[in-house]
Ligand binder design. Structure first.
Ligand SMILES: [Zn+2]
Length: 546
C-alpha cells in the first residue's frame, strides 16, 4: 500500500510538479532556428484588454491564413499576467525592457526623459545630437540607441549569419529605436505633421530613405483622411461605457488622424513594405521584425480603457496584426511554422479619472508645476534662496533633480536638500512613499514590492534625487489617464508566444517582461542580450507543438 501511495505521489509530482516545467526538448530540437521573429507591442495594452473584447476579434484562422490576436491566443502560449514589475510603467522603459530582457536599472532607460542636474535641461531617452533626422519635412528629432546601456534581442540574433536583418517600426520614435537596438538595419517612425515615415542618420548614414519608404510616404502625404473622422470597424460588444457609433473621438476634431486607426494602417503598410522589400524571413539566418502600435496609447490617454474608442483601437490592432501575419505566412518559406511571434504591451494604465469619480473609486491628480513650486519654496524657507535662483533643476514625472551647480556655490549639502524635499512630499495627501538618492546608494529601499520596483527602476546617473510614488489611481493634472507607476494596472500586460516548441494554452503563472528576450534567444539558439536578467519561459516549451 505504501508503495502505491509513493508511486501516486511520484506520478503527480512528475506530471504537475516543478520538474514538468523544466522538461527538456528532444536532442537537436533547436538545430533549425526560426526564419523570422515578429515582436509585436501594443502601446498601453493592459492585461485584460484581449479577453475583454474577445468577441470583436477576427476568427483565429489557420497557419496558411492566420487571423490576428485570436490566432495568437489559440495557437500560442497566453500569459494574461505578465509584469513590467518596476518603478515606472512607461513607453521608453517598457520597450527597452522587452528588447533587452533587463530592468531599467540595467538598460538605463529609467523614464521617457530625465533632467540634467547641472543645467536642468530635459534629456529625451533616445536623444542623440550627433545624428540627423532622415526624411523629415520639418525639424525631426535627432535620435539613436546610444543611451541604451545594453544590447537588444535584435543585436543578439544578428551575429548568427551574414545578411540577417533587424527592422523596427512604430509611430513613436523611442519605441522604434529601443526595440531595434544598436544593429537595426532600419528603424522607422512617423512624423505626425507630414504623415511621413522617417529615420535617423544612425541607421541610414547615406542620408536618404530606402525608395520603397519614399513611395509609401508619397501615398500617405496625398491620401490622409480628414482629422477627427473616425468610423467604427463594427458593432460594439456592449462592454464599453462611452461613445455611440457616431461619436467616436469626439472632442478631438483637431487631433491628427495618425493617432487613431489610420495610424495602425500606416504602420501595417510600413511593416508589409519591410517584409516584401527587405525579404524578411526569406534569406539565411533569423531576421527580426519589431512593430509597436503607438496610436493605441494616445487614444487611451484621451478616452480611457472603458471607452468605445479603445474597443475600436483593439479591433484596429487586431486587423493590423492579421495583415502582418498573413503577409508573413505567404512570403516566408515554411510559413508560420518557421516563425516565432511574441506580442505584449509596454505598460498598462489606470481607469480614466471620470470613470473613477463616477464609481466612487479612489482617485486624484497632482499638478506637477504646483508641486515643484511647493518643494522649491520649502527648501528656500529652510536654507534661503538658491545662489542660482533655483535649488531644483526640474522634474520628470515625480522624480526631482537637485541643482549641483547651486550646491557648488553654497554650503548646503545634497542630503540636506534631499531631506527637506522628501519631508515635504511625505506630507502630501496624494503621495504614498518617498525615497532619496542617498537612501538608494545606501541600499535603503522602500518596503516590500515598492522597494523591489524602486531598485529595478533607479539608475544613479539618470534617476532623480528624490522620488515620490503617488497613491494608486492618482495621475498628473489635466490628463484623463496617465501611467507611470508600478501598480497592477500600470504593470500588468498580456504576453503571447507562438511558434515551434511553444505549447498552446492559457498559463496561470505571473511572468515578467524581462523573460521575453531570453526566451527568444533560447528559441533562436543565441546568447541573451548583454544585460538580460530574465529566464527562459520553459513551462510553455515542449516537443511536437506547431
Ligand atoms: Zn502613454
Amino acid at each position: 500500500m505504501r508503495h502505491i501511495v509513493l508511486l501516486v505521489c511520484l506520478v503527480v509530482l512528475t506530471t504537475f510538479g516543478p520538474r514538468a516545467n523544466a522538461a527538456p526538448l528532444k536532442p537537436g530540437a533547436l538545430n533549425k532556428a526560426p526564419r523570422l521573429i515578429i515582436m509585436l507591442v501594443i502601446d498601453q495594452l493592459r492585461g485584460d484588454a484581449l479577453t475583454r473584447h474577445y468577441s470583436r476579434l477576427l476568427p483565429p484562422g489557420t497557419l496558411k491564413r492566420p487571423g490576428g490576436l485570436r490566432y495568437l491566443m489559440s495557437h500560442g502560449a497566453h500569459f494574461p499576467q505578465a509584469e513590467h514589475d518596476t518603478l515606472h510603467g512607461m513607453t521608453g522603459p517598457g520597450h527597452a525592457t522587452i528588447a533587452t530582457g533587463a530592468w531599467p536599472y540595467r538598460h538605463g532607460i529609467v523614464l521617457n526623459g530625465w533632467r540634467s542636474r547641472r543645467t536642468g535641461q530635459y534629456r529625451y531617452c533616445v536623444a542623440d545630437k550627433a545624428t540627423t533626422a532622415i526624411g523629415s519635412r520639418g525639424k525631426g528629432r535627432n535620435v539613436s540607441p546610444k543611451t541604451l546601456l545594453g544590447t537588444t534581442i535584435g543585436d543578439a540574433i544578428k551575429g548568427g549569419a551574414p545578411g540577417q536583418k533587424v527592422v523596427s517600426i512604430a509611430i513613436k520614435d523611442r519605441a522604434a529605436v529601443l526595440m531595434g537596438g544598436y544593429r537595426a538595419d532600419l528603424a522607422l517612425w512617423l512624423e505626425p505633421q507630414s504623415h511621413r515615415w522617417i529615420s535617423s542618420s544612425y541607421y541610414l548614414p547615406k542620408g536618404h530613405l530606402p525608395s520603397w519608404v519614399e513611395r509609401l510616404n508619397k501615398s500617405a502625404e496625398t491620401h490622409h483622411p480628414q482629422a477627427g473622422k473616425w468610423r467604427p470597424l463594427g458593432a460594439s460588444d456592449g462592454r464599453s461605457s462611452t461613445a455611440p457609433d457616431g461619436g467616436l473621438g469626439q472632442g478631438s476634431a483637431t487631433v491628427n488622424s495618425v493617432w487613431g486607426p489610420w495610424g495602425d494602417s500606416l504602420t501595417a503598410r510600413a511593416a508589409l513594405g519591410a517584409i516584401n522589400h527587405m525579404k524578411l524571413g526569406q534569406t539565411r539566418g533569423t531576421d527580426l521584425l519589431a512593430v509597436s502600435l503607438s496610436a493605441h496609447d494616445i487614444v487611451g490617454h484621451r478616452h480611457g480603457h472603458n471607452a468605445r474608442e479603445m474597443e475600436e483601437m483593439l479591433v484596429s490592432a487586431d486587423r493590423t496584426i492579421a495583415a502582418i501575419l498573413r503577409a508573413v505566412a505567404k512570403r516566408v518559406p515554411g510559413g508560420m511554422r518557421d516563425v516565432v511571434v511574441v506580442l505584449t504591451g509596454d505598460h498598462g494604465a489606470p481607469p480614466a479619472q471620470s470613470y473613477l469619480k463616477a464609481h466612487r473609486l479612489p482617485h486624484g491628480e497632482i499638478a506637477r508645476q504646483d508641486m515643484a513650486r511647493l518643494l522649491e519654496g520649502a527648501v528656500t524657507k529652510k536654507y534661503g534662496p538658491s545662489p542660482l535662483g533655483r535649488w531644483l533643476t526640474g522634474y520628470s514625472k515625480f522624480e526631482y533633480f537637485i541643482s549641483r551647480s547651486a550646491l557648488a556655490k553654497s554650503k548646503v549639502r545634497l542630503s540636506d536638500i534631499e531631506r527637506v524635499v522628501a519631508q515635504t512630499l511625505r506630507k502630501h495627501p496624494s503621495i504614498e512613499w518617498v525615497f532619496t538618492r542617498s537612501q538608494a546608494l545606501d541600499g535603503r529601499w522602500p518596503p516590500g514590492l515598492f522597494g523591489v520596483q524602486a531598485a529595478r527602476g533607479w539608475h544613479p546617473r539618470r534617476s532623480g534625487d528624490v522620488i515620490a510614488i503617488p497613491r494608486a489611481f492618482v495621475i498628473q493634472k489635466r490628463d484623463e489617464v496617465s501611467h507611470f507607476t508600478g501598480y497592477s494596472h500600470d504593470r500588468t500586460v498580456p504576453l503571447l508566444f507562438v511558434g515551434r516548441h511553444v505549447r498552446p494554452g492559457v498559463y496561470p503563472k505571473v511572468v515578467k517582461t524581462v523573460d521575453i528576450a531570453p526566451t527568444l534567444a533560447f528559441l533562436v539558439g543565441v546568447v541573451p542580450p548583454s544585460v538580460s536578467e530574465g529566464r527562459v519561459l520553459g513551462e510553455m516549451l515542449s516537443d511536437g507543438s506547431h
